[in-house]
Design a protein around this ligand. Structure first.
Ligand code: ZN
Length: 152
């Protein structure tokens, strides 16, 4: 399942990407353009807080989830309930939360200079976004992610 999210859902977008979903984030775009993008490439499920846009999606035959809450935990729960999204306490790293690029294993030598030295010494495994080059590793933020997944 691929998704498309619109403005006001930046945080939800990052969460979905962390869980491995291909999420296109669009901001400042016309409704028609968004619906066209949702229909292209075999279809994306629209995720939005905009009731008007969701009504247009229904008319255009685009699947959608109308997000009702402004609270991230409620949003995540709604995505699980209504779209069957699976969240992982152990992130798959399959998508970059920043740019939606694919993330793969990276050699220690390849990330030298791109992460703090003490991290390089301490951490055995790294991943890197193939598009924007951002480097990821298991750190304390994954504890918080696991905690959040537990609450979902
Ligand atoms: Zn990236």
């Amino acid at each position: 399942m691929k998704l498309i999210t619109d403005s006001m859902l930046g945080r939800l977008t990052r969460w979905l990407r962390i869980s491995g979903y291909d999420v296109l984030y669009v901001a400042g775009m016309e409704d028609d353009e968004i619906l066209e993008m949702a229909s292209a490439e075999g279809g994306r499920v629209l995720v939005s807080r905009d009731e008007d846009l969701c009504r247009k999606a229904a008319n255009a035959g685009v699947q959608y989830v109308l997000i009702r809450s402004g609270e991230i935990l409620d949003q995540l729960r709604q995505m699980k309930r209504e779209a069957g999204v699976e969240f992982h306490g152990e992130p798959t790293f399959s998508r970059c939360p920043l740019c939606n690029g694919e993330v793969g294993r990276a050699d220690k030598r390849a990330v030298e200079g791109k992460v703090p030295e003490e991290v390089l010494d301490r951490v055995p495994e790294f991943w890197q976004c193939r598009d924007c080059g951002r480097v990821y590793w298991h750190g304390s933020h994954w504890d918080r992610i696991r905690d959040m997944v537990g609450r979902i």
